[in-house]
Design a protein. Structure first.
Length: 189
């Protein structure tokens, strides 16, 4: 039996592969061009991850971990008004530096919707992660947290993010978010 993969090298490779996928997406991901871009070989990628499917799942887990940390940081302060918190999350999610996460999210979302067999529970969790985070953040996280309210907030954010990613029209989508925040405020008054 051969030596087990070096965990430090595997972690470095996972970081680099995740960065690559955030830049290029999963569609058409091929090990040969990936290995070439990373300055390694397909043999080493397979040695570290076992298969392309395992590598993909590891990348999705790493992207989820990164996105969850960033989202938690963006919504860390519960001392500010809900409207300001929604604006802060929008500002974070619609920023150019988050576009890789958002494109990957929507790519996985569509593949799950199409019933793609290579996407496991790990990939589904990437789609559903926001629900718990938003329920805790936007509904004060208590026993009265309303998952329907969090679902509405997520649906509006996702819809506007998809629009913004496809059109590049950040001013218009930001104005639409602001109108939603105003409507939400008038309903709760």
């Amino acid at each position: 039996m051969g030596r087990p993969p070096d965990p430090r090298r595997r972690a470095r490779t996972l970081t680099a592969v995740t960065d690559y996928v955030l830049d290029h997406g999963l569609a058409g991901l091929s090990l040969r061009p990936l290995a070439e871009a990373l300055g390694t070989s397909t043999r080493m990628l397979l040695y570290d991850f076992g298969s392309k499917e395992e590598l993909t799942l590891a990348v999705l887990a790493e992207a989820r971990r990164r996105e969850s940390a960033l989202l938690a940081e963006a919504a860390a302060s519960r001392e500010i008004a809900r409207a300001d918190l929604i604006r802060a999350v929008w500002s974070w999610a619609s920023a150019p530096e988050q576009s890789g996460f958002m494109r990957l999210f929507f790519e996985v979302y569509v593949q799950i919707m199409l019933g793609s067999p290579e996407y496991s529970d790990q990939a589904r969790a990437m789609v559903t992660d926001w629900l718990g985070q938003f329920a805790r953040t936007f509904t004060a996280g208590g026993a009265d947290a309303d998952p329907a309210e969090a679902t509405l907030l997520i649906a509006v954010l996702r819809g506007l993010l998809l629009d913004q990613l496809n059109t590049g029209d950040t001013p218009r989508t930001t104005r639409a978010l602001e109108q939603f925040v105003q409507l939400l405020g008038s309903v709760q008054e």
